[in-house]
Design a protein around this ligand. Structure first.
Ligand SMILES: NC(=O)C1=CN([C@@H]2O[C@H](COP(=O)(O)OP(=O)(O)OC[C@H]3O[C@@H](n4cnc5c(N)ncnc54)[C@H](OP(=O)(O)O)[C@@H]3O)[C@@H](O)[C@H]2O)[C@@H](O)CC1
Ligand SMILES: Nc1ncnc2c1ncn2[C@@H]1O[C@H](COP(=O)(O)OP(=O)(O)O)[C@@H](O)[C@H]1O
Ligand SMILES: [K+]
Length: 490
């Protein structure tokens, strides 16, 4: 059930269900009935105003209106555009609505105690303007609960972006499977409480559609998650290496190293420039320390093949020195996580990085950019691709790396096209050093042999889960400490 369907995949699901013998009319009837059921308890008997658009979303609205009226609610219906524009099942459902149909405009909302928003759903094809925009503004100025049908009108179901204007709903009822736009920002913040209704589309249609986007959660990677063996040795759980910045910039590497150890790497070593050895030594206990001065020093530290995964970037400094170190790490035939300054250091010449990744396509490389770092490495993709999942997917395909595009709605994409969207992280996770901890968590999972996409998705989810457990007041140092309880629950 963690598949997410783009709007075009959803219309394919609809068509395949109809091909398999389910009546389109029945799908719409079930959808509208589910909306009515989700609306009935709201507004304590107050009048419901159902706002219908010219397509099938409006058709669902007509069905909901009929069921609400049958259940004894006072209901008014307003339609955008003439009734003669309605086609197919939507026209049929409008004909089954026995009450009057008003013209959609802000005045229709007078006296409403609950609003059902059935203006636009999956068929949103352009920015909302004119009369529809005026109604959206009027709805959002009210304090009554709004139930959105499929998506809040104005939210793009595939990208979560607002086109022109969008309704802010208290509840959203969608059908068959969630859509990416329910989890991506700002869409997620406009949906309110999300409900998923079964409308009779058989699950087997997914075998044909093969959706590539999923909601991130343990279902996606639990079976790949490393479990310590009773007779295991610490070396069986990998030896992760985190490259430290200079003497004034060492904290980020230690945060990452602590997270790698907490998530189960058998050993973790900070590889430090000579001048930073004393400060690192003064702070490290379970994490080990080794000298890695300059490029030769790093290459020498990575000679030991038991050191089987490397993270570079946190507080590394932007410039040629860091870019060259990243190339040394990538040349050493083991999983690599590149974060922060290691990404920005390739802003002048991103293909140089992608070539080095491509030189050994067999091992996983993770890139962990936030939006700003992403734009520096993939400026054209950031400009042109519609929505964060597509941006991350194109970046992964181009770079050959798993891309973790960080934010409130972190997206993980693999070069083979798989995408996971994370929707559970709380806003207090945005705090100094939290990205370094995420890099360390991903590193620790790679060191334990987890595959790239699964390691990245698991790290992102556990990072958010740790933040939820800690609550407000979180600082980055707390995140690794919260992991044991979450791992125990997995
Ligand atoms: N698929 C399924 O399994 C099921 C789907 N179901 C329901 O169907 C919904 C999708 O229906 P849909 O495809 O008819 O699209 P919908 O959202 O009603 O809008 C299309 C109309 O709006 C118009 N329009 C668009 N944007 C506009 C704008 N900015 N400003 C002005 N006009 C604009 C657009 O005009 P056009 O683009 O043609 O010019 C067209 O007339 C889906 O969300 C779900 O609720 C359920 O019944 C159960 C089964
Ligand atoms: N509004 C938000 N809600 C939830 N998580 C967020 C939000 N904003 C940022 N994050 C997360 O916080 C972390 C910040 O990482 P990053 O940008 O690298 O910051 P830093 O460099 O300070 O560590 C990322 O994991 C990101 O996904
Ligand atoms: K809607």
């Amino acid at each position: 059930m963690n598949e997410l369907l783009t709007t075009s995949e959803m219309s394919r699901a609809d068509a395949l269900a109809i091909e398999a013998g389910v009546a389109g009319e029945a799908l719409m009837e079930n959808a509208g009935r589910a909306v009515a059921a989700a609306t009935l308890a709201l507004g304590r008997g107050a009048e419901v105003v159902v706002l219908c658009g010219p397509g099938n979303n409006g058709g669902d609205g007509f069905v909901a209106a009929r069921h609400l009226a049958c259940a004894g609610r006072r209901v008014r219906v307003a339609l955008l555009g003439g009734r003669d524009r309605l086609k197919g099942d939507a026209a049929l459902m409008a004909s089954r609505w026995e009450g009057p149909i008003e013209t959609l405009q802000p005045d229709c909302l007078k006296g409403a105690g609950v609003v059902v928003d059935a203006v636009f759903g999956a068929g949103l094809s352009k920015p909302i303007e004119g009369a529809a925009a005026a109604v959206v503004a009027a709805v959002n100025a009210m304090t009554v609960p709004v139930v959105a049908v499929d998506v809040p009108s104005g939210v793009d179901g595939t990208t979560g972006e607002v086109r022109g204007a969008a309704v802010r709903a208290a509840r959203t009822v969608t059908f068959f499977r969630l859509k990416p736009g329910h989890l991506l920002m700002p869409g997620r913040s406009l949906c309110g409480d999300l409900r998923l209704a079964d409308i009779g589309i058989p699950g087997v249609v997914l075998d044909t559609i093969r959706p590539s986007i999923r909601a991130n959660g343990p279902q996606l990677w639990r079976q790949h998650f490393p479990a310590p063996q009773a007779d295991g040795h610490k070396y069986d759980r990998g030896h992760a290496v985190v490259v430290s910045g200079g003497p004034w910039n060492t904290g980020a590497a230690r945060l990452a190293a602590g997270a790698a150890l907490r998530i189960g790497a058998g050993l973790v070593t900070v590889a430090s420039p000579t001048a930073a050895l004393p400060v690192n030594a003064a702070h490290l206990t379970g994490v080990m320390l080794t000298e890695a001065e300059g490029l030769d020093g790093l290459a020498a530290a990575l000679q030991d093949s038991r050191r089987n995964a490397v993270l570079l970037g946190p507080a590394a400094g932007v410039g040629e020195e860091t870019a060259a170190r990243a190339l040394v790490a990538l040349a050493a035939a083991r999983p690599v996580v590149l974060d922060a300054d290691a990404l920005t250091s390739f802003a002048e010449d991103p293909p140089r990085l992608f070539e080095a990744i491509g030189a050994d396509a067999g091992r996983p490389v993770l890139l962990t950019p936030h939006e700003g770092e992403f734009r520096r490495l993939f400026p054209d993709i950031a400009e042109a691709a519609p929505g964060r999942p597509e941006r991350a997917r194109r970046a992964a395909a181009r770079s050959g790396a798993v891309v973790i595009l960080k934010g409130a709605d972190t997206v993980v994409a693999a070069p083979d096209g798989r995408v996971a969207i994370n929707a559970d992280a709380p806003p207090w996770l945005a705090t100094a050093g939290s990205g370094d901890v995420l890099g360390g968590m991903a590193l620790g999972l790679l060191a334990q042999g987890m595959a790239g996409f699964e390691a990245a998705s698991a790290a992102v989810w556990l990072h958010g889960a740790a933040a939820n457990r800690i609550g407000r007041g979180l600082i980055a140092e707390d995140l690794p400490e919260a992991l044991p309880a979450i791992l125990a629950d997995l």
